[in-house]
Design a protein around this ligand. Structure first.
Ligand code: FE
Ligand code: FE
Ligand code: ZN
Length: 297
């Protein structure tokens, strides 16, 4: 079971600190933003402790392709309404792809974006054109388009839409898919029958294009189009289903990343990863993270 989670990337250790954090939870994979996801301020790569991070990965026998990079959500490749948004998406995506290559990572997860005031077809065309505008990618970088829940005007909410983007690309070999269990549940897929989901994915997109899985429970019912992640076993997807997904033989080789919420400002990942690896749900351990109510004074 290749399991990681979303980790911080902060001063003073930067990437090295990210790897240390992941290891402290029992992860053998990780995912991070190269800076704040809501802005474009980025530290030079030379200050990010790349060598130290790579060495730490190697010492722990974790291949660098299990260090997943997530592009910031301010990139909206599907927005054709505001030219400045397109320009920012174009420029920032190129710099992010270069950073991914310089770090030595492989997979860059990207939200296909929102069509805002146009329509899904225009959004899909805009996203495809934007990806083609950045040309070939450096090194062995693969941009993984994420399956989206369908909140607001998001595109990429069905396998068909993602396939439409992929089939319009000039360099499809540099692209893949990141499947988010919370998002596809909220988009309407029945994740409880994960083999059927994989069959459909294979039929529409091809299973070889599945590169990363985001393993999250959901606070909402199937088809709610909401996108609110729940802790493992604490949402509508359930522990048993998430454990079945994590242990599915057909996706055994694929890196799975938890993006579950902190509980009272404490990371739940060590507990969630231990539960998934052991196959035993332990609600009391998760609940123990909750601050006990302070007596009223
Ligand atoms: Fe995402
Ligand atoms: Fe996700
Ligand atoms: Zn989400």
């Amino acid at each position: 079971m290749i399991l990681g989670c979303h980790v911080k990337m902060n001063a003073p250790l930067f990437l090295e600190g990210s790897v240390k954090e992941a290891l402290s939870y029992g992860c053998d994979a990780l995912m991070l933003y190269t800076g704040a996801p809501q802005n474009t301020v980025r530290k030079p790569i030379t200050d990010m402790h790349v060598r130290e991070a790579q060495q730490l990965m190697e010492q722990n026998h974790i291949p660098m392709e299990r260090m997943i990079i997530h592009a910031p959500y301010l990139i909206n490749p599907a927005n054709s309404v505001k030219p400045e948004v397109q320009e920012l998406a174009h420029d920032f995506l190129i710099s992010e792809v270069n950073r991914t290559a310089e770090i030595g990572a492989k997979y860059l997860v990207l939200h296909p974006g929102s069509y805002t005031t146009t329509d899904p077809e225009t959004g899909i065309r805009t996203c495809t054109a934007l990806l083609n505008s950045i040309g070939t990618l450096p090194g062995n970088v693969v941009i993984c388009l994420e399956t989206m829940a369908g909140k607001g005007s998001e595109i990429g909410t069905s396998f068909e839409q993602l396939e439409e983007i992929l089939s319009g690309l000039d360099h499809p070999e540099h692209y893949g898919i990141c499947l988010d269990t919370c998002h596809i549940n909220d988009a309407g897929y029945d994740v409880h029958d994960f083999d059927a989901v994989l069959d459909e994915f294979d039929h529409v997109i091809g299973l070889r294009n599945l590169k990363v899985i985001h393993l999250n429970d959901s606070k909402n019912d199937r088809g709610a189009h909401k996108d609110r992640h729940a802790n493992i076993g604490q949402g509508t997807i359930s522990f048993d289903t998430l454990h079945a997904i994590a242990s599915n033989k057909r996706t055994e080789h694929i890196t799975k990343i938890l993006e579950t919420p902190y509980i009272d400002k404490k990371p739940p990942y060590a507990i969630e990863i231990a539960m998934l690896r052991s196959g035993k749900y332990d609600q009391t351990r998760l609940e123990a993270l909750r601050d006990t109510e302070k007596p009223q004074t």
